[in-house]
Structures are given as structure tokens and as C-alpha cells.
Design a protein around this ligand. Structure first.
Ligand code: G6P
Length: 470
């Protein structure tokens, strides 16, 4: 059986899988690497004075990881720069926040070439290579230049932007052309795939052709594309929920909510998550429903993220002010409407928190999928489930139509949905939950992983000559 090589900027294989802090994706990819052997390759998170083209190999609970140190300038231009100041906002429809510095593009190209230089010698002839996310889009091209002929797949965890937005990126064609060195490109939803196909088919100068079964031809190459909606590790999440720690957190939250309904939000501190709009929607709900004040509270768990980037510092300051304002305006001596926390919780704690919440509020302005929505559903008590309010602009909305879908830009719509969720009958809550839980089960992360790997293995290589893989 061929080995699997997973490549991502962050290597999240847990050192101790039993510690309960690793996410479902990290667990699913680690499990695959234990099964198929192979390794997980990426940035170590560390910097060095001078780049050395060699990986540090470690064993993490039976998973081999190969880590590369980068120079501070690489981190600044590739990670903080092109990945997080250029591609991330652009892919999340925030052209207003997108920075197009030439040095970022150069750093991105240089760092990807460095990754390729270190990775290429670690690849054996019949390995399958699976590259993840926007940090490493050109990596297949760089590996091909070094003579790698293996099957290489790419999965984008974020949205893909509309052509009208993508063309604001200098060298957008070069970026898309580099994607034709993959054998398989996966997206979270049909919507993102269709936007990619639209660019290839309509962008002047690309002269792309749409082929049957979602294959595409352009730049004298063909590539297979597909939709692979990611999910959570349902079994792992349920056992985290049922663990002693999960149950204890549930009890703690239930006691701390006494006679009040908890609304919960859990998101990295990121402008794409719609946190300001969410707080404004909640504020509107408090303004519209004086009789419900004192009976609800919003627990917003928001770990700090990418805080070397100015747009993240700005949104952090605005959220601090907004949470303070809502509390100042509405709090009573024995009631605080918003509990706003900049910290992380382990997966088992989150499961307990979700289970104690009557409403899950997941309102990103744009999101590749959003697994909080799926975790919230999985955590519920089937006999008395809470209600999921979900942004129609999250990839998850394509599958989770039974949630209360909202336009997160409209504070009135968010306020109305909160009220509707809090007053929904038990029968309706159960009916919705059953249908949503079906989706969560049907999109389990191991199915997603197996589906992608099977497609990559089956794809016909049309690259340069002998594929060299079994
Ligand atoms: C998103 C991206 C991931 C990224 C994660 C955390 O989910 O799709 O690729 O790893 O955010 O962001 P960070 O910049 O901390 O790795």
C-alpha cells in the first residue's frame, strides 16, 4: 500500500492524543498516517538565523512528523504576509483588508520553494502526497520542478473567491496555473468549486475547458476537481463529551447558567467570523426583548489568533470595546449579558459547554466549512437539544439547511433568530436536531479523508510521462 504524506503549514499531530486538546482534523490525519505510515510535513513554528534545507524528524504518538525551521523574513513575508494579509482576506471576500505587497509574493514563492527542497528527498516513488490549504498552493509546481512525479492532491479548507475578486490579486493567473500541477483539487462546497471553474473557464487568456466529471483543462494540463465537505470525528467528539472532564464541564456550566439560557459562540479571533456583527445582533435582541433580559447570556469563547497582523489587532480592540459596551449598557448587579473570553478550551471542555447551551450561534461572514456548527450539534442531548443558528455564508450551510439560517450582516435577522431559537418547541428542536445529526454522521472526518485519498489514488495521471507510482 502506498504511504501517505500530509503537508500543511501547521503540523498539528498531537504529542499526547489522550490529552484531549487536539481537534478532529488533527486526529483524523494522524490516524491515517498511523495506518498508511508516511509522514506529516510542515513548518515547525520556529525560526532560525539561516535556513538549513533539512527537516527535523520526530515521532509523535506513532506519527512521524518532519518539521522545517524558517527564517524570520520567511515568516513575515510568507505566513504573516502573503498567507494571512493577502490570501486569507481575499479568499474570505475582504478585498478591503487585502494587502498586496510585492515582498509578500516573493516570500511566499521563496518559502514554498524551500519546503519543496526539503520535502522532495523524503518522498518515495509510490507515496501519495496530500497538501493542505492556502499557505502552500504552489508547492506541487515546485515539487514537479524537482522531478517529483507522484500523485499530489490539494485540499482548500477556506472558501475560493469569486473571479471578480480574485483578479484583484497581482499574478492571479500564475497562482491558478500552479494549481494545474496537482492531480486532484478538493473544495469544501460546490459553491467554491463552481467559482474556481468559472475562473478557469472565463478568465481571458486562460482558455480553460470544463471537462466531464468536474475535470478541467488549461495551461496544457488537466486536473481533476471535486467537492469534499469536511466533518468532525463524531466518535471521538462523543467520547470527549461523555468523558469525566466533559461531564464535569457540563455540570459546571449548567450550575453557572442557573435558570438562564446560555447562547454560545466559539471562534478564533478573526474578522471572517462576524464577531462584531454577532455582538450587535445580540445587542439588538436585548433591545427588542426587555422581558428576556436577565434570562439569557452569551458565552463567547474567542482565542487570540495571528496577533502579529494589524487587522487582527484592530478587530481585537473593537471587540473588547463592543463587549464592554453591551455589558455596560445592559448588565445588572447579578447578571452579565456577555461573557467574552480570550482563551482556549480543550475539546472535552468545549463539548461540555456546547451541551449546556440552549443556542449555538455560528455566524461567520464567510467560512470554508465551520466545524463548530457540527460540534455543537453532536454535543446536544437528544432528549432536549439546543438550536443551531448558522450563517448562510458558512460552507456548512450547504448541508445544514435545518439550522436557523441567517444573514449575519443583518442584526435584525440575528436578533429575530435568537428569539426564535429560545422560544422553539421541544418537538421542533428534536426534529431539527435529528436531521442535523444525520448530516454530522454522514460527513464524519474519516469519510472525508478516505474519500479524498481514494479519489487521489484513482485519478489518472496525465502529467509528464511515467507517473512512477504504483
Ligand atoms: C484556518 C485555516 C488553517 C489554519 C487555522 C489556524 O482554519 O484554514 O489552515 O491552520 O485557521 O490558523 P493559524 O494561522 O493559527 O494556523
Amino acid at each position: 500500500m502506498s504511504r501517505l504524506i500530509v503537508v500543511s503549514n501547521r503540523v498539528s499531530a498531537p504529542k499526547d492524543p489522550a490529552a484531549g486538546s487536539a481537534g478532529g482534523l488533527a486526529m483524523a490525519l494522524s490516524a491515517a498516517l498511523r495506518k498508511y505510515e508516511g509522514l506529516w510535513f510542515g513548518w515547525s513554528g520556529d525560526t532560525v538565523e539561516t535556513f538549513v534545507p533539512e527537516a527535523k524528524i520526530e515521532d509523535r504518538a506513532g506519527v512521524t512528523v518532519a518539521l522545517v525551521d524558517l527564517e524570520a523574513q520567511d515568516v513575515e513575508e510568507y505566513y504573516n504576509g502573503y498567507a494571512n494579509k493577502t490570501l486569507w482576506p481575499l479568499f474570505h471576500h475582504r478585498v478591503d483588508l487585502t494587502a498586496y505587497e510585492r515582498s509578500y509574493g516573493e516570500g511566499y514563492e521563496r518559502t514554498n520553494a524551500r519546503f519543496a527542497e526539503v520535502l522532495a528527498p523524503l518522498i518515495q516513488p509510490d507515496d501519495l502526497i496530500w497538501i493542505h490549504d492556502y499557505h502552500m498552493i504552489p508547492l506541487a509546481r515546485d515539487l514537479r520542478r524537482l522531478g517529483v512525479k507522484n500523485r499530489i492532491g490539494f485540499f482548500l479548507h477556506t472558501p475560493w473567491p469569486a473571479r471578480q475578486l480574485l483578479v484583484t490579486l497581482p499574478h492571479h493567473r500564475r497562482l491558478v496555473e500552479s494549481m494545474f500541477d496537482y492531480d486532484l483539487i478538493g473544495f469544501q462546497t460546490r459553491e467554491w468549486l463552481d467559482l474556481f471553474r468559472d475562473y478557469v473557464a472565463s478568465e481571458p487568456g486562460v482558455n480553460g475547458r470544463l471537462l466531464p466529471n468536474d475535470a478541467l483543462a488549461a495551461f496544457d494540463k488537466t486536473v481533476q476537481t471535486g467537492v469534499f465537505p469536511i466533518g468532525i470525528d463524531v466518535e471521538g467528539f462523543l467520547s470527549a463529551r461523555n468523558s469525566t472532564f466533559g461531564a464535569r464541564t457540563y455540570d459546571r456550566m449548567a450550575a453557572s447558567s442557573a435558570f438562564r439560557s446560555m447562547i454560545v459562540g466559539v471562534d478564533r479571533l478573526d474578522y471572517s467570523k462576524g464577531l462584531e456583527e454577532r455582538l450587535l445582533g445580540y445587542e439588538q435582541f436585548l433591545a427588542d426583548n426587555p422581558d428576556m433580559r436577565g434570562e439569557v447570556f452569551l458565552l463567547q469563547v474567542t482565542p487570540i489568533s495571528r496577533d502579529d497582523v494589524d487587522t487582527y489587532q484592530d478587530i481585537r480592540a473593537r471587540l473588547d470595546a463592543l463587549a464592554g459596551r453591551v455589558n455596560g449598557e445592559y448588565a445588572d448587579m447579578d447578571w452579565q449579558p456577555v461573557r467574552y473570553l480570550n482563551r482556549t478550551y480543550r475539546r472535552d471542555q468545549l463539548a461540555g459547554i456546547y451541551r449546556a447551551a440552549r443556542v449555538g450561534l455560528v455566524t461567520p461572514l464567510r467560512d470554508g466549512m465551520n466545524l463548530v456548527a457540527k460540534e455543537y450539534v453532536a454535543a446536544q442531548n437528544p432528549d432536549d437539544p439546543g438550536v443551531l443558528i448558522l450563517s448562510r455564508f458558512a460552507g456548512a450551510a450547504e448541508q445544514m439547511g435545518e439550522a436557523l439560517l441567517v444573514n449575519p450582516f443583518s442584526r435584525e435577522e440575528v436578533a429575530d433568530a435568537i428569539k426564535r431559537a429560545l422560544t422553539m418547541s421541544l418537538a421542533e428542536r428534536k426534529r431539527k436536531w435529528e436531521s442535523l445529526m444525520q448530516v454530522v454522521n454522514d460527513t464524519d472526518v474519516s469519510l472525508w479523508r478516505n474519500d479524498f485519498v481514494a479519489c487521489l489514488r484513482a485519478v489518472e495521471r496525465t502529467g509528464d510521462g511515467d507517473a512512477g507510482d504504483a
